[in-house]
Structure formats: C-alpha cells, structure tokens
Design a protein around this ligand. Structure first.
Ligand code: HEC
Length: 178
C-alpha cells in the first residue's frame, strides 16, 4: 500500500464522517423537538369545592325546622364522609376521631378513651343536636382549635340528615326536637 492509496482511504473515511455529521445536524434542525414551556400535561379540572366542603358561614335555619324533613337512612349515607375518621357502631373503635355512637347528649371532650384536643376539652357542656348542627356546619367555627380537620357541611338538608342519623345512634334514641 503506497501513501497515495492510504490518502484515498483516509479521504474517503473523512468524507463519510463529515457527511454523517452534516446529516445529523440537518436532521436535528428538521426534527428539533418542541419543548413545552411548562413540563407536564394540562388536565382540565374544575377547581370547585366538593359539595358540602365550602367553609360555611353560620347556621341560619332553626334546628326544629331543619330536622322536620330529615331522614336517618339518608344521613347514614351522607355520613360516609365521616368514616375516614369516625366509626358509628356501638363499641366501635376510635380512629382519627372518636367513635360517635351515643354522641348526642354526651359530655364534650371526654369519654370513649379518646384523646380530645385541649380546645374540645375546654368547650365543656354536653352535645345537644343544636350544638352538633353548628359543629358539623363549621367544626372550627364552633370549636376554634378543634383537631377535627373537616371543612364542614354547608348544605342544610344534608346536615339535618346526618344529625338525625347521629340521634338514632343510641340504645333508646330520643325523639327529634320539634
Ligand atoms: C379528617 C378527620 C375527620 C373527619 C372527616 C370528620 N371528623 Fe369528626 N372529629 C375528628 C376529630 C379528630 C375529632 C376530635 C376533635 C377534637 O378533639 O378537637 C372529631 C370530633 C367529632 C365530634 C365530637 C365527638 C365527641 O365525642 O365530642 C363529632 C360529633 C364529630 N366529630 C362528627 C363528625 C361528622 C358528623 C363528620 C362527617 C360529616 C366528621 N366528624 C368528620 C376528625 C374528623
């Protein structure tokens, strides 16, 4: 192999490399990926509070009127919102919140071996349906500093159903106030 032949081979190699390189650059220019300004996908989700989750202001309807058209069965269904933290059956365990069997008429902040917040203990008194109405409407409104991390149920009919359900959770449930 003389040096002339070697030159030809090297030249051919160099040419191939250069062609590949320019092809690469050209392809890169043509198929350049368009990066989104913001990584990720845009998913259209309506930012709307779930029903009953909007922080309600104040109880307007008197308890008797509220309970007049309440329904225990509907209340049991509505109370599914609470079962992440509460059990309702007699002798049920405490979870994040206390078991709620027999809560109507019971002293606030004690009983069932639950470690209530200082705010709840300080509230004292016993749970009337009226109090529960205010508390379930706005837990932090009725007991500022309560450990119950729940926005409250603003819908009157739904709250009334839950109150009727809570009232039914007793060995001998008292009639609902008129
Ligand atoms: C995120 C958890 C959570 C959810 C959801 C929740 N609670 Fe509670 N609840 C608590 C905690 C914690 C306490 C104890 C509050 C304290 O000690 O301040 C409590 C306390 C209570 C009490 C007072 C009990 C007592 O013996 O004094 C009632 C009544 C109550 N909750 C009802 C409800 C109802 C009804 C719902 C559903 C509409 C609900 N809670 C949803 C956590 C929750």
């Amino acid at each position: 192999m003389n040096s002339f032949e070697l030159n030809k081979i090297m030249g051919a190699l160099l040419f191939t490399c250069l062609s590949l390189l320019s092809l690469n650059i050209a392809a890169g220019a043509i198929f350049a990926p368009h990066k989104p300004e913001k990584p990720g996908y845009d998913i259209a989700v309506q930012e709307k509070a779930a029903p009953g989750q909007a922080a309600p202001a104040a109880v307007a309807v008197p308890i008797g009127t509220l309970l007049a058209s309440s329904d225990v069965k509907r209340g049991e269904t509505a109370a599914k919102k609470c079962i992440a933290c509460h059990t309702f059956e007699k002798g049920g365990p405490n979870r994040v919140g206390p078991n709620l069997y027999g809560v109507v008429g019971e002293a606030r902040g004690e009983g069932r071996g639950f470690n209530f917040s200082a705010a709840m203990k300080a509230k004292k008194g016993a749970w009337t349906l009226d109090d529960l109405n205010h508390f379930i409407m706005s837990p932090k409104g009725f007991v500022p500093g309560t450990a119950m991390g729940f926005a409250g149920i603003g819908k009157d009919s739904e709250r009334a159903d839950i109150l009727a359900y809570l009232n039914s959770l007793a060995d001998s449930p008292k009639p609902l106030p008129k």
